[in-house]
Design a protein. Structure first.
Length: 189
C-alpha cells in the first residue's frame, strides 16, 4: 500500500510539472504577440505584466521568474539576447528609453526607471509631466538584488552592480560598484 501511494504521488508531481510547462508556454505565446518584436525562446514566468508592448522589443532567450513588470508606455525598451530576470523586477521607460545588451542578469527587486516626474513649483507634484531619459546597460552586466538604476545612466560592459546600490552615474567597463549613491569598489578580475 505504501508503495502505491509513493507511485501515485510521483505521478501527480510529474503531471503538475507537465501542466505547468504547458501553461507557461501558452502564456508566453500570448504575451509574445503583444510585443513589437520578440525572438526565439521567450519563457516568462507567470505573471509578467507588460504595458505598452508595442514599444518593447526582446531578443532571443528571455527568461523571467514571477511578478516582474515591463512598462513601455510612451517610451522604448529594447532587450538583447539572453536576459535573465529574477522576481519582482520593474523596467519602466514611461517617456524615456531603456536599452539592455546581451547576456545580462538582473536580480530580484531591481528597478530600472528611465523617467521622473517634473519638479516645477507651478504644478502640483502629482500633475507634473514625465521627464524622460535613457538607461543603457551594455553586454555582460550583473545587477544585484534591490538595486535601482536611474535615468541617464550607462552601465559599462561587464559591470557588476552590488545589491542595494542606487546608480546615478555611468559605470566604467568591468567595474564593481555599490552603495548609495553607487561608487566604484573594485574591478572584475
Amino acid at each position: 500500500m505504501h508503495l502505491i501511494n509513493r507511485s501515485w504521488q510521483r505521478g501527480i508531481s510529474i503531471m503538475r510539472r507537465i501542466y505547468g510547462a504547458i501553461r507557461r508556454r501558452v502564456y508566453g505565446l500570448m504575451l509574445k504577440y503583444s510585443l513589437a518584436a520578440c525572438g526565439k525562446s521567450f519563457f516568462p514566468a507567470i505573471p509578467l505584466t507588460i504595458l505598452g508592448g508595442e514599444n518593447i522589443k526582446i531578443g532571443d532567450n528571455f527568461r523571467s521568474m514571477g511578478h516582474s513588470y515591463l512598462y513601455g508606455n510612451d517610451g522604448e525598451i529594447i532587450i538583447g539576447h539572453n536576459l535573465s530576470l529574477n522576481t519582482n523586477v520593474q523596467i519602466g521607460s514611461s517617456g524615456g528609453k531603456i536599452h539592455i545588451g546581451d547576456n545580462v542578469l538582473i536580480g530580484p527587486n531591481v528597478v530600472l526607471r528611465a523617467a521622473d516626474h517634473g519638479l516645477a513649483l507651478t504644478n502640483l507634484i502629482n500633475k507634473q509631466p514625465y521627464v524622460g531619459g535613457v538607461i543603457t546597460i551594455e553586454d555582460d552586466v550583473w545587477i544585484g538584488a534591490n538595486a535601482v538604476i536611474l535615468k541617464n545612466v550607462r552601465l559599462g560592459k561587464g559591470s557588476v552592480i552590488a545589491a542595494g546600490a542606487v546608480v546615478t552615474k555611468d559605470t566604467e567597463p568591468y567595474t564593481i560598484v555599490g552603495g548609495v549613491p553607487a561608487k566604484k569598489i573594485s574591478e572584475r578580475a
